[in-house]
Design a protein around this ligand. Structure first.
Ligand code: NAP
Length: 246
């Protein structure tokens, strides 16, 4: 039974890596979670609606998959999940901050509804930030961690200069990138590696059906960053496994 932050007792606690993916019940997050699970990683499928997470899991094979209720805007929920993970596994090896929203209805920052901007930042920036705060101490203690922040080309400073697109969303992703840079600086010299990635334009509910990329393509770089070897890059921004400009 999977209730709120309960995790199945049957999971083997010793060897496999433990990963948490936020917003894993659909889209790119679901695909990242599936690909990690296929690498014998125990994956906690974060889903703000647990029933959606359970339904999503029906399409995935494997025993080491756990739906977990996680609304990244609910600080109490994040703290409870962190405590559950600590009590159950004693560690988290991989954190993928994937949950994101795109609510903008205008391309013009002078017209952006600031309530939309606030909600966007609460999920896309503060949510990821809170998750990092909750799990980095555990990672530092074991001197192992891989954190992947799912950003967007829309948050690239170069693209902000070229295009006007979804200001609240774009600014949130630029801020998420800045958070990646700052945390990488803080974590320098440790084996906790943190990077941002852009999945490109992907066919999901957010990306729409005209997007050129599949979820498999969108998830690939995130999975690569989530499984980097020791000594791998940290504090970078990647697309298609290559560094891109901020
Ligand atoms: N698709 C693209 O072309 C594209 C391009 C660049 C970047 N990205 C980024 O890639 C990530 C995934 O995008 P996607 O295309 O897969 O989007 P999606 O299909 O809209 O899925 C978004 C996921 O985030 C979850 N979510 C939203 N708010 C949440 C919250 N407060 N707590 C927990 N989960 C929450 C959603 O849960 P519910 O089902 O409960 O709503 C859903 O699982 C996002 O960060 C997005 O910004 C996407």
């Amino acid at each position: 039974m999977h209730l709120d932050t309960e995790i199945d007792d049957q999971i083997e606690l010793s060897d496999p890596k433990i990963a948490l993916v936020t917003g894993a019940n659909r889209g790119i997050g679901l695909e990242i979670a599936k690909q990690l699970a296929s690498k014998d990683i125990v994956v906690l499928f974060g889903s703000r609606d647990l029933s959606k997470g359970k339904r999503a899991l029906e399409s995935v094979k494997g025993d080491d998959l756990q739906p977990i209720k996680l609304d990244v805007t609910d600080a109490g929920n994040v703290d409870r999940v962190a405590k559950t993970v600590k009590d159950k596994f004693g560690r988290l090896d991989i954190l993928v901050n994937n949950a994101g929203i795109l609510l903008d209805e205008t391309d013009y920052p002078s017209k952006t509804d600031l309530d939309v901007a606030t909600r966007t930042f609460e999920t896309n920036v503060l949510g990821a930030w809170k998750l990092c705060q909750a799990f980095i101490p555990m990672m530092k203690k074991r001197d192992y961690g891989r954190i992947v922040n799912i950003s967007s080309g829309a948050g690239q400073l170069a693209s902000l200069k070229e295009d006007l697109y979804a200001p609240a969303y774009s600014l949130s992703k630029a801020s998420l990138n800045a958070l990646t840079i700052m945390l990488a600086r803080e974590l320098k010299g440790t084996n906790v590696l943190i990077n941002s990635m852009s999945p490109g334009w992907v066919r999901t509910d957010m990306g729409g059906s005209n997007a050129p990329r599949s979820v498999e393509q969108g998830a690939d770089t995130a999975v690569w960053l989530a499984t980097l070897p020791d000594g791998g890059p940290s504090g970078g921004f990647f697309e298609d496994r290559k560094r891109i400009d901020w």
